[in-house]
Design a binder for this molecule. Structure first.
Ligand code: BGC
Length: 952
């Protein structure tokens, strides 16, 4: 019996099927299929939308619309034309059924049609789509707020009664929604229970223009019986007004003090609605977290706790305040200062990406006593989050301090790379809880593997069982896995995943530990094609791109180097500094999102920003007028291994050559994006510009024979991958030269941020994937596996962040958690395992593994918009000079088994590993959906590849 079904039905790119508080009035739908026959291609679908009576004011009941459409589209399908828009609070459900047929069958008869029955319905509920729906006022504390020092968290609260509370005909709650945001970071409680599981909500955006709000279902938290309810919210400075930026940074980037903006809506069965919104009837007090900073950690005095501050005051009339801290501390609740509605200049937007959450806990692995007698705990993994302490017992006023760092330096906690971030949390015990005290910070995070513990009460016997690390990041779904037979390469890949997790925390950051943690544009521009393979991060990136566009518009088309921008205007990086790669993020990042999703909407939305950047790039005034103004400073191939510690831009490859190569790549992308958006004039213009820039590039940098004026790994890699050679002969010279440079360098890496994503790909296109493998396998400093050999559990900012003698690189830029150099993971996926998208959005796959190194297997699996895709290969055995029809051949042979998983409603092209004896199968092979296995015989790859000596 057939059990084909719609597997997952989703709205837009949202992470989970059932959605509350969304923004899109006509959300698109996507679905995947399960258990359909092989070679399944959809040819018709029907979407049914049911509008529910959200307001309860509609008495007519649900209204259904359905559209039956002849189409193979199953990803980002438009909201049915017959269904109306979602208005504020509107609730609708959607279900889908579809018909398909076997793409390989020659008959398209009705009998060969496969019907996929109705899916389970999924529900969507719109948020508050218009500003007029908000009754809330922005409220803040009324006391003096010094701008120059960190301030305690503030506890806001409001006590209220449900309508008709206590009466025999008390109204029944049908639904309750909390719409909430803050200028700062917040955590809400209702009747003593924390609302939701977000961390550092509402996340970081360009708060002056865009503020996200969250929507929570809070019906279960309300006290229906007694009717006395308390709604409390802790608010801390966070990114809004806490200290941010290097060289000491500055406070109050987005505003002077934190503020709260919230609206609780209770809808009763009779259709009436009660609203409890922030206004001047709220009260506020300073909380026990007396410092809550992103860089400098959290300091918490449990003696200042106000027990029950947000609990329901059962039996008391609403509005009375009785809670007091234990030990007689009487909190002085004050009336808030209400500042009216949020200014119209700030867009209030429903959550546009997955929030940050506490994702995982990690137990300590080792207790170290340092030479100076300090207690340090090793978690065995460089991670991002915070340390939780559990059930500790001590005296009132005892202080436990937790200092965090990524490395040990000279056997002590290595805090130097943290620069001016003091990553220390403190907990002061209240001392009166029989079961012990547990605590975890709410408003800070650290990048660390080691935590030094000072002031631990009692002896250290219970230490390892009383602390754990809590890993926090944007709650992205993992969409990819890679594995192979080499344990070090697997660890390298894991390190890339860990660095991505650590740096995708509300915004994509450079590093998570020192006094930066900023959304550096160039880093993401280089890493986004890899990021989108590993995790479903496209919504988060899109939110960041919207901020980029907003900030860029204020700077005449030049995006600031960090988004949101907190760099001081008078600094080198804060001034309007057009720079290649970092500025090119405006074009290359939306392009990466488009390639991963196939969603042209991201291009449409960002198109003006893309155009503005390309128009803003300063060109030479005379000569080579299509290239970058060569007099400008560039970051170039940032942090290539030859850059000295004190000059991260001092790379081997000329920075202007790098800038010009990326300019041409950017123009190529613009031409393609314009064509996709049917901007044909633009497409032609960018094509012509790219051609002119290519000619000028060749004139400026490429010799007649094909050598590059900047004879470097990065230079050749970019010239090959961006197709910058005018003739095949010159290109051939460039390819040979690249191979020679790499071999002469003993396969050690010579590329920085700019060249690293392309070096292995360039070698592959040069026909020397074996040399790419040799680079991947190299573990001499500098190389990818060098860090693995040195015990790295994340990707480092520099290949040699830790020097071979175990000391920490003396440079300022010495983070142990930067994703940029992890962009090599893409090559491992696309070339070693052989899984690639042949079309944006994975409607068509290309499977073309390259067997190399001494790998005996490799596998990549990606959750595409159409469902899981996979390419795996495994060596079944070697045999000398072939057997059977391969007998007598010159080389050793290998038999491989390949497994290819093609998702329903997609097709794949399979190219078998190269070698004259792969003739048991002729490639390429066209495949429909299903799981396919092949057996192929290939020449055993030559391994190892020999380096060339100094005089070679
Ligand atoms: C960051 C980098 C960034 C660079 C640009 C550094 O401090 O950590 O990743 O791209 O500055 O200047």
């Amino acid at each position: 019996m057939c059990s084909q079904s719609i597997d997952v039905l989703r709205f837009e790119h949202y992470a989970v099927a059932h959605q509350l508080g969304t923004q899109a009035p006509r959300p698109r739908l996507s679905w995947t299929f399960a258990d359909v026959p092989d070679n399944f291609i959809q040819h018709e679908y029907e979407v049914e939308i049911t509008h529910h009576d959200v307001d309860s004011s509609a008495s007519s009941g649900p209204v259904r619309h359905s559209d039956k459409v002849a189409s193979s589209q199953s990803v980002l399908v438009p909201w049915p034309s017959s269904a109306s828009d979602l208005t504020s609070r509107a609730r609708a459900s959607a279900r889908v059924r579809a018909w398909g047929r076997n793409s390989r069958s020659s008959t398209a008869s009705a009998s060969s049609t496969v019907e996929v029955p109705w899916s389970e319905p999924v529900v969507i509920e719109a948020g508050l789509l218009e500003r007029k729906e908000w009754q809330a006022q922005l409220v803040s504390s009324p006391w003096e707020y010094p701008e120059d020092s960190p301030q305690p968290e503030e506890l806001f609260r409001k006590q209220f009664a449900l309508e008709s509370a206590g009466s025999p005909d008390q109204k029944k709650i049908k639904a309750a929604r909390l719409y909430i945001t803050a200028q700062g970071v917040y955590e809400a409680e209702i009747n003593g229970k924390v609302v939701g599981d977000h961390f550092l909500a509402p996340g970081w955006t360009e708060y002056r223009r865009r503020l996200r709000y969250q929507c929570f279902d809070v019906a279960e938290l309300l006290e229906q019986q007694q009717g006395n309810n308390t709604f409390g919210v802790r608010v801390a400075e966070g990114w809004f007004c806490g200290r941010l930026g290097f060289n000491g940074g500055a406070r109050c980037h987005f505003g002077e003090r934190p503020a709260l903006f919230a609206q609780l809506e209770i809808t009763y069965e009779d259709g009436s609605r009660q609203t409890v919104a922030t206004d001047d009837t709220w009260e506020v007090v300073k909380g026990p977290t007396f410092k809550a900073e992103i860089y400098d950690g959290e300091k918490y005095d449990a003696r200042l706790e106000i027990d029950g501050w947000s609990g329901s005051l059962v039996g008391q009339p609403a509005g009375q305040t009785t809670s007091a801290t234990q030990a007689g501390h009487q909190p002085k609740w004050e009336k808030v200062s209400a500042k009216g509605p949020l200014p119209d200049t700030v867009a209030l937007i429903a959550e546009e990406a997955e929030p940050v959450r506490r994702i995982q806990t990690i137990q300590p692995v080792k207790h170290i006593t340092t030479p100076s007698g300090r207690t340090v705990v090793d978690f065995g993994q460089n991670l991002v989050g915070y340390t939780r302490i559990k059930n500790i017992k001590g005296l009132r006023g005892d202080k436990v301090a937790l200092s965090h760092a990524e490395v040990m330096e000279k056997d002590e906690l290595g805090t130097r790379p943290l620069r001016k971030a003091d990553c220390r949390d403190e907990y002061i015990l209240r001392g009166d809880l029989a079961g012990g005290e547990s605590w975890e910070p709410r408003f800070t995070f650290h990048g660390y593997r080691y935590v030094q513990i000072d002031g631990w009460p009692g002896n250290n016997d219970d230490l390892l069982s009383s602390i754990e690390a809590v890993v926090c990041h944007t709650d992205m779904r993992k969409t990819g896995e890679f594995s192979c037979s080499n344990a070090q390469l697997n660890r390298l890949h894991e390190n890339v995943q860990w660095s991505m997790r650590g740096n995708f925390l509300s915004v994509p950051t450079d590093c998570p530990q020192r006094d930066e943690r900023l959304g550096w544009t160039g880093d993401l521009a280089m890493f986004s094609p890899t990021a989108t393979l590993l995790y479903k991060c496209t919504d988060m990136i899109r939110g960041w791109l919207r901020d980029l566009a907003v900030e860029q518009a204020r700077q005449g088309g030049v995006p600031p180097m960090v988004i949101p921008n907190v760099l001081p205007k008078n600094s080198v990086f804060g001034s309007v500094l057009p720079a290649a790669i970092w500025g090119d993020a405006a074009v290359l990042t939306p392009w990466a999102v488009y390639r991963a999703t196939g969603d042209a909407e991201v291009l449409r939305e960002q198109y003006q920003s893309m155009l503005d950047w390309v128009a803003a790039i300063p060109r030479n005034k005379t000569g080579n007028t299509h290239l970058w103004d060569a007099t400008l400073a560039q970051l170039g191939d940032w942090l290539d291994p030859s850059a000295p510690p004190e000059n991260p831009a001092g790379a081997k490859c000329d920075a202007i050559l790098v800038a010009d190569a990326f300019l041409i790549h950017t123009l190529d992308v613009m031409a393609q994006a314009a064509a996709i958006l049917s901007q044909t004039d633009d497409a032609a213009k960018f094509q012509a510009e790219a051609a002119a820039a290519r000619a000028e590039f060749a004139y400026e940098y490429i010799t007649a024979a094909g050598r590059l004026m900047s004879d470097s790994q990065t230079g050749y890699a970019l010239a090959i991958v961006f197709d910058l050679y005018p003739t095949a002969k010159q290109r051939q010279t460039g390819c040979e030269r690249l191979v020679r440079i790499v071999r002469r360098n003993g396969f050690r890496i010579g590329t920085g941020f700019a060249g690293t994503p392309y070096i292995c790909e360039a070698l592959t296109r040069a026909g020397r994937a074996d040399v790419a493998y040799a680079m991947l396998y190299c573990d001499e400093c500098p190389s990818w596996l060098y860090s693995v050999k040195m015990g790295a559990t994340t990707i480092w900012e520099r290949y040699d962040s830790m020097l071979p003698d175990g000391s920490v690189n003396p440079g300022e830029m010495t983070s142990f958690n930067h994703y940029a150099l992890g962009s090599v993971a893409r090559w491992m996926w696309e070339r070693a395992a052989g899984l690639q998208a042949a079309e944006p959005g994975w409607r068509r796959l290309r499977v073309a593994p390259i067997v190399g190194g001494d790998l005996t297997c490799a596998s990549a699996r990606h959750e595409t918009p159409f469902g899981p895709a996979e390419s795996s290969w495994k060596v079944l055995g070697d045999f000398e000079r072939g057997e059977g029809k391969d007998a007598g051949g010159a080389r050793e042979k290998q038999r491989l088994v390949m497994t290819v998983v093609v998702p329903p409603n997609t097709t794949a092209e399979v190219v078998f590993p190269e070698g004259p004896s792969s003739r048991e199968q002729t490639s390429p092979v066209e495949l429909g959906s299903g799981t396919h296995e092949f057996s192929v015989v290939i020449d055993k790859p030559g391994w190892p590849v020999e380096p060339i000596g100094m005089f070679g």
